[in-house]
Design a binder for this molecule. Structure first.
Ligand code: 4NP
Length: 159
């Protein structure tokens, strides 16, 4: 059996943005019948929220939009072994990427470099922590389209 393609999405706390990225990337995989080819996780560069479930705002937006439940996810901290072992490491913003670069010399991707609209690239996914429903909705929309076009990119790479 071929090894699954290992994808790690990460942010600062692993309770708002990267849990949505994990849930939405898995959603796109399932839509395309590709889930068994991948191993997907998310993490945070900090240990602030280790062991916690995703923020209620993140849980609510993906449940309302797609009926997807991410309440089983638990925050974990990004480690040197993750950086060594995962095939794709995807940061939510520049600061997350800089923090991860201290853990190893892997190539770290920025999620918004996969924005379909070029003028939106080279920027971060805004942090919705402590914000209201409209902030989580905005993050959901960004992460939905960027995880979908990131999947297209991975499939081209893996062909
Ligand atoms: P996340 O959001 O990085 O998208 O999970 C945050 C969560 C917690 C904190 C900051 C951002 N915090 O400072 O605790």
């Amino acid at each position: 059996m071929t090894q699954p393609i290992k994808v790690m999405f990460f942010c600062l706390g692993n309770i708002c943005r990267s849990p949505l990225a994990e849930g939405l990337f898995l959603y796109h995989l399932e839509e395309r019948g590709l889930a068994d080819r991948f191993h997907v996780e998310s993490s945070g560069t900090s240990a602030y929220h280790v062991g916690e479930a995703p923020d209620p705002g993140s849980q609510a937006v993906i449940r309302q939009q797609l009926g997807v439940d991410i309440s089983h996810q638990r925050s974990q901290q990004l480690t040197k072994s993750h950086v060594r072992e995962f095939d794709y490491l995807v940061a939510m913003d520049h600061s997350n990427r800089q923090n991860a670069e201290r853990l190893g010399d892997a190539d770290i991707l920025l999620l918004r470099d996969f924005e379909p609209e070029p003028s939106h690239r080279d920027t971060g996914v805004p942090d919705p922590w402590g914000g209201g429903g409209s902030q989580f909705q905005n993050v959901y929309e960004i992460v939905y389209r960027c995880t979908e076009s990131f999947l297209d990119h991975v499939l081209e790479q893996e062909e």
